[in-house]
Design a protein around this ligand. Structure first.
Ligand SMILES: [Zn+2]
Length: 308
């Protein structure tokens, strides 16, 4: 069922490992140029270009981003330089992109992640649509993980490109919660929106496409309910995910430098302010680092720490 739907929609999913998001590539069809949805992390840009070229030797002319986290738009600049004329991003961030406001609306400085500068040519917002591979894809707001995020839905085949609003087994960090803004309520609304759309196939931002959508929705709701009940569980989850991402990028860091990074990175400094009274950011960082070493996610090598 998945292969037939993808063929009929002219799309290929390039399933990527961290640090990159998946890339959904669309062949050229009458009325719609070759396109890509989400472009991976900047340090993988060359690999992204090679993978795309293997599917589309003529390259892509239209880029679409579900949201502007570094692992979803890091290949934009390289693809734009290689000839992509159109770059569609969530409408609320078009100006921020074109001013390259990395200390404000764009998250790269807050997370200490990187992204090569690109330009945006158009904005996507709720209830609009965009033609990809000759089919009309509806744009749906998908706040929660990121307040500006959108999803793309093709109703004839029932295919949803969910970005990081729905994964099969896990839930993405609810970033607004780290800066005392609502993430849990909007994330649940996005899940409700997905349920109402009733997709038959979901292409997530990370992991393989899947069809057991009801199961994924239930698992996400359960996890988000836990985060609502125990906010510290979400803070722990977010800190761990951001540390692992940083170590995958930097390979290896001395323990002291990593601990400093865990409390000094702007977003993690904010996270530290959300801790319950009596837990210091330094203790929280050390406790979480030790837990990651104990469970084998990270490995210590002398004074250095790297991802397993
Ligand atoms: Zn992502």
């Amino acid at each position: 069922m998945i292969a037939d739907a993808f063929e009929s929609l002219g799309l290929h999913v390039l399933e990527r490992g961290w640090l990159s998001s998946n890339n959904v590539v669309f062949g050229e069809r009458p009325g719609s140029p070759a396109a890509i949805v989400d472009t991976g992390y900047v340090s993988h840009a060359e690999q992204t270009q090679a993978l795309v070229a293997a599917v589309l030797p003529q390259g892509v002319r239209r880029i679409v981003n579900t949201h502007l986290h570094s692992d979803h738009c890091g290949g934009n600049a390289a693809l734009q330089a290689a000839g992509a004329e159109e770059v569609w991003v969530p409408a609320t961030l078009v100006d921020a992109v074109n001013r390259w406001d990395t200390a404000g609306a764009l998250s790269f400085e807050a997370t200490d992640q990187r992204c090569a500068r690109f330009g945006a040519t158009g904005g996507l917002d709720d209830s609009r649509s965009i033609v990809l591979g000759g089919a009309t894809w509806q744009v749906h707001a998908a706040p929660g993980h990121d307040p500006d995020a959108v999803m793309l839905f093709e109703p004839v085949h029932g295919v949803l490109i969910s970005g990081d609003a729905l994964w099969q087994q896990r839930v993405a960090i609810l970033f607004p919660e780290l800066v005392a803004e609502p993430g849990i309520g909007p994330a649940l609304q996005a899940l409700q929106r997905i349920e109402a759309l009733a997709p038959r196939i979901v292409i997530p931002g990370h992991g393989a496409p899947f069809t057991d959508v009801a199961e994924a929705l239930a698992a996400s709701r359960q996890r988000i309910a836990l985060f609502a009940e125990q906010p510290i569980a979400h803070l722990r989850y977010a800190l761990r995910a951001l540390v692992v991402f940083n170590l995958l990028e930097h390979r290896s860091r001395p323990r002291a430098a990593l601990l400093r990074w865990m409390t000094a990175t702007p977003l993690l400094r904010e996270l530290g302010r959300r801790l319950p009274a009596g837990i210091s950011p330094e203790d929280f960082a050390a406790e979480n680092l030790d837990r990651l070493l104990r469970d084998g996610t990270l490995v210590g090598c002398g004074d250095d720490i790297h991802a397993a």
